[in-house]
Design a protein around this ligand. Structure first.
Ligand code: NAD
Ligand code: ZN
Length: 353
């Protein structure tokens, strides 16, 4: 089979590999559509998780099951499925402790394009099929379905990590596709005011649709000054970080009210340390919490988020700005994600209907 692989840091190409083998609890799937993630960019060009050789990239797709192991109960060949980017080992101790995304070690629930071949391939392997796959609802098309692999669950996890409550004022730093889903999730959780930090008009427009009430352009000066100005010096209850670099944490701490919470889902691809400003952190006593996490994967979450889209409560189509047909466009789509033209939110490659 062919797959689009990272050959080493900064180099990628189509390669030939053997089709993966199906264990008793596993499934082998073929993608119906795949999406490119900023994380693929961090991995390939920044080497953010270390060097990888001939590893097939990609962790966002929806797919058709082509083979299942003899112990798989709920899926069969021909099923069309949602596939989470994070596919934990559900019998691990980390999963029992409530952190399935770290099953087997830090971030080890993130297997596709990290510890094993990803989904930019004719076929790919899913561990624990019953625990990780979900049936694709009939009224969700294959392009929108890709947004459920990672963008919706990650953006929503930022909302959970920041613990957004009814009536909160929430700041969302970074309104690419993940941050946009944080805006949508904060809105669903009842935030009264949502301040979106971004610069590209396409993202600002989408953020407005998803419920952002105020906008800050980080290119117009420090975020905290603009946010304090628009909140009468009080700051915000919660901050979700979904863009920028290590420097955004200091900004977030400065924007927070005492007792506030930060939920970071940004993948910090470079920089060694995160600075926490001593004074604005209440000289160590400000009750300002900083949480950061990898999205939870698994079937239950996929089913629930799929139900939101299927019921018409969440429209992910505004994220899908660049849709291509056929594997031959994959490389172009990947390079688009790296170069981020002004009209891009998310590139998707459709393989079959
Ligand atoms: P993206 O690059 O499309 O969006 C981030 C946006 O932040 C960009 O539009 C960028 O212009 C903007 N930005 C840059 N500097 C900024 C600053 N100082 N302040 C505010 N905005 C700034 O990325 P995305 O696809 O939306 O993903 C966001 C992050 O989440 C990425 O780092 C990605 O790797 C990561 N991610 C994490 C998980 C997880 O499970 N935690 C899953 C998927 C993606
Ligand atoms: Zn992703």
């Amino acid at each position: 089979m062919k797959g689009y692989a990272m050959l080493k840091i900064g180099e990628s190409a189509w390669i030939e590999k053997e089709r993966p083998k199906c264990g008793p609890l596993d499934a082998i799937c073929r993608p119906l559509a795949v999406a490119i993630c900023t994380s693929d960019v961090h991995t390939l060009w920044e080497g953010a998780i270390g060097d990888r050789h001939n590893m097939i990239l990609g962790h966002e797709c929806c797919a058709e099951v082509v083979e299942v192991g003899e112990l798989v109960k709920d899926f069969q060949p021909g099923d069309r499925v949602l596939v989470p980017a994070i596919t934990p080992d559900w019998n691990s101790l980390e999963a029992q402790a409530g952190y399935s995304m770290h099953s087997g070690g830090m971030l080890a629930g993130w297997k596709f394009s990290n510890f094993k071949d990803g989904v930019f391939s004719d076929y790919f392997h899913v561990n624990d099929a019953d625990g990780n796959l979900a049936l694709l609802p009939e009224n969700i098309n294959v392009v929108d379905a890709c947004m459920l692999s990672d963008m919706v669950p990650t953006g929503f996890h930022g909302v959970e990590l920041a613990d957004v409550q009814f009536g909160d004022t929430v700041l969302v730093i970074g309104i690419g596709p993940v941050g946009l889903m944080s805006v949508a999730g904060a809105n669903m959780r009842g935030a009264a005011r949502i301040i979106a930090v971004g610069s590209r008009p396409v993202c600002v427009e989408a953020a407005r649709k998803y419920g952002a009430t105020d906008f800050v352009n980080y290119k117009n000066g420090p975020i905290f000054q603009q946010v304090l100005d628009m909140t009468d010096g009080k700051g915000v209850d919660k901050v979700i970080i979904a863009g920028g670099g290590v420097e955004t944490f200091a900004e977030a701490v400065k924007c927070l009210k005492p007792g506030g919470k930060i939920g970071n889902v940004n993948y910090l691809g470079s920089g060694d340390n995160i600075d926490i400003p001593r004074v604005e952190w209440g000289v160590g006593m400000g009750h300002k919490q900083i949480n950061g996490g990898l999205m939870p994967g698994g079937r239950l979450r996929m089913e629930k988020l799929g139900a939101l889209v299927s019921a018409g409560k969440l429209d992910v189509s505004p994220l899908c700005t660049h849709v291509f047909e056929g594997w031959e466009h994959l490389e172009k789509a990947l390079f688009l994600m790296r170069d981020k033209p002004r009209d891009l939110i998310k590139p998707i490659v459709k393989i079959a209907d």
